[in-house]
Design a binder for this molecule. Structure first.
Ligand code: SAH
Length: 244
């Protein structure tokens, strides 16, 4: 069978990868992916063919992987976190209609919302939304509308792509929208380089977050009206204590 695995490798460290992802990597003859992730998978790249493309060549990367698999080589497309969360699983499956002989298998990984939440405590105990602040593929007005709705719904908000060199004010604008619905004292947090060298995190208020400089390797958490800090951990109580 001609097989293409689309693998979520987790946030970075090897022990945050699922055994299923490890097995699929080991089985693969060809590894495709963005250079950074291939670096992370280095342990498995020995003896395997490696094909990398720059960050912006996503569709070429998908086609390349499908073509390799079509030639009969078991291939792995590697993504950080989960491949189906702002990753390559979607475009690969869309394109796979052109490659009927290739069986695509998506392998789940630990997405940054989950690994980041664990690093901060338990901020996602209750209903939450994930919003990417990247307007490369989504118009900024749509992002603003989603932030506004999240504010109205009092959801805990997890932000991906909070800032880049070009988009330096997106986080500030996101905070301004949420400040219309929740106080500046609302507990928030960010985690940078989860599972990688230099992992750092910080708990701060929404008012402080508005002025914070973060980067594209950071995931941001904005508490709901019930999120609190318990001994240095961000927690959104689910309400068990009210029942006791
Ligand atoms: N597929 C990935 C998300 C890719 S979008 C996943 O499921 O995690 C890229 C964004 O994800 C980054 O801008 C950042 O907000 C977040 N991210 C991914 N890996 C991260 C890590 N190791 N540490 C912190 N944030 C990360």
């Amino acid at each position: 069978m001609k097989r293409l695995y689309v693998i979520g490798m987790g946030p970075g460290s090897m022990d945050q990868m699922t055994p299923q992802a490890k097995k699929a990597l080991e089985e693969s003859q060809v590894l495709c992916g963005y250079t950074t992730y291939i670096e992370l998978a280095k342990k498995w790249t020995e003896g395997k063919e490696v094909l990398t493309t720059p960050m912006t060549k996503e569709l070429e990367r998908c086609r390349m992987a499908l073509e390799q698999a079509e030639q009969g080589k078991t291939t792995a497309m590697i993504c950080s976190g989960d491949a189906g969360v702002y990753g390559m699983a979607g475009p690969i499956l869309q394109m796979s209609e052109e490659f009927p002989e290739v069986e695509v298998e998506v392998i789940a990984g630990v997405t940054a919302a989950l690994s980041g939440a664990a690093a901060l405590g338990a901020p996602l105990m209750h209903d939450f939304v994930v919003i990417s602040l990247s307007d490369l593929l989504t118009p900024w007005q749509v992002i603003e509308k989603r932030l506004d709705c999240a504010g109205q719904g009092d959801f805990v908000v997890c932000l991906y792509n909070p800032m880049s060199k070009k988009r330096t004010d997106h986080l500030r604008r996101a905070c301004e929208i949420l400040l219309q619905y929740r106080p500046a004292t609302t507990p928030c947090g960010w985690v940078k380089n989860i599972g990688r060298e230099g992992q750092t995190s910080k708990i701060l208020t929404l008012g402080e977050l508005k002025e914070e400089q973060v980067d594209m390797f950071t995931t941001v958490f904005i508490g709901s009206s019930s999120t609190q800090v318990y001994s240095g951990h961000l927690v959104t109580p689910r309400g068990y204590e009210a029942k006791v």
